[in-house]
Design a protein around this ligand. Structure first.
Ligand code: NI
Length: 187
């Protein structure tokens, strides 16, 4: 099922998400819906707060960046904790499905070690680098209640501030379904 994506300005995006109990109802269906929603919006990652649920769940599929190298990088992360960041920081022009038409360079460490459960509740502790580490860090920030716009330079933030205000009001051009915190009144 395709779910509406919560837009910038909704408090759920600024809230640290809660761990998920193993008996959480319909988790498999939710994971399937999140992948479906992400693909529909041409995203490479989607976190549960972006569909209005403040729980520690996110999905990624990094294969669009390199179908050969990242063909196995379709993953589900439940109750993830990044336990180590390492390597040089590098910049990448990031975007976010909750913040359409806003992009900016974000510096992040090259490598991470992350502990998480997969969709079958198997515990992993795994190292990632390159684009998978990039996307995982972006999605991990979502379950910590942080957005990439907070990591932009002051100048860049100033340049996108009007756009951010418009997003809150639903003044955006998107091809996917969204939910806005302060829809503008019809004139
Ligand atoms: Ni995002």
């Amino acid at each position: 099922m395709i779910l509406p994506i919560v837009a910038y300005g909704d408090a759920v995006l600024n809230t640290k998400a809660a761990p998920i109990p193993q008996d959480y109802p319909n988790l498999k269906e939710l994971v399937a819906s999140m992948f479906e929603t992400m693909y529909e919006a041409n995203g490479v990652g989607l976190a549960a707060p972006q569909v209005g649920l403040s729980i520690r769940l996110f999905v990624i599929d990094v294969s669009p960046f390199d179908e050969e190298a990242f063909k196995d990088e379709k993953r589900v992360f439940i109750n993830a904790e990044i336990v180590e960041y390492s390597g040089e920081e590098w910049a990448f022009n990031e975007g976010c499905l909750s913040i359409p038409d806003v992009r900016g360079d974000v510096f992040r460490p090259e490598k991470i070690r992350i502990r998480y459960y997969d969709e079958n509740w198997v515990l992993h502790e795994q190292d990632f680098d390159d684009m998978p580490a990039r996307v995982i860090q972006h999605e991990y920030d979502h379950i910590e209640g942080k957005l990439f716009t907070e990591k932009l330079t002051a100048l860049r933030r100033r340049l996108v501030s009007k756009k951010l205000e418009q997003i809150k009001q639903g003044i955006v051009n998107v091809t996917y379904k969204m939910r806005f915190p302060r829809p503008a009144r019809k004139r």
